[in-house]
Write a new protein. Sequence first.
Length: 173
Amino acid sequence: MALRHLTDEQIQDFLDGNLSLTNKSAQKHLETCELCQEALEEYKKLHLELKKEPGFKLPKRFAADVISKLPQAPKLKSHKNYAEILLVILGILAGLSAILYFINWDPIVKTITYIPLLQFEFLFDLWISAGTILTNLKINIDLLLLSGLTLLVISILDYMVSHYRYRSISPFR
């Protein structure tokens, strides 16, 4: 069985003393193979030069100095932005006032006056009254659902956009 060339890892381990070439075929291959001998000589030179290298020591404050030179992550804004809260409340009030402006109040007032408040069947009458109100107002349920869905999508997109601003871009999170 022919022995393949020694790998770089095997040659380096041999030079480090971690691997002994007890296998006679491996030793014989190393003695006869010019390619493996060249690799061994190159690694021997490298090991000698690395042993001669005195190395260097970093100052004690090296890590602190490097960290101090890194750009600081932007400070997160507080979620309590009172101007935004005020604008949201004003927007809700404006929307409700626009809705209330276009409602015909006559059927609602008539229905409320017919609700018997002191009778036992109050809940049943209230259910019927709600149905009467919706019928008299001629509310388009499809339009109402589409409007609600649109508002839901807008609020989800707004949430995603507004919360993206507060994310930290620091890789050290």
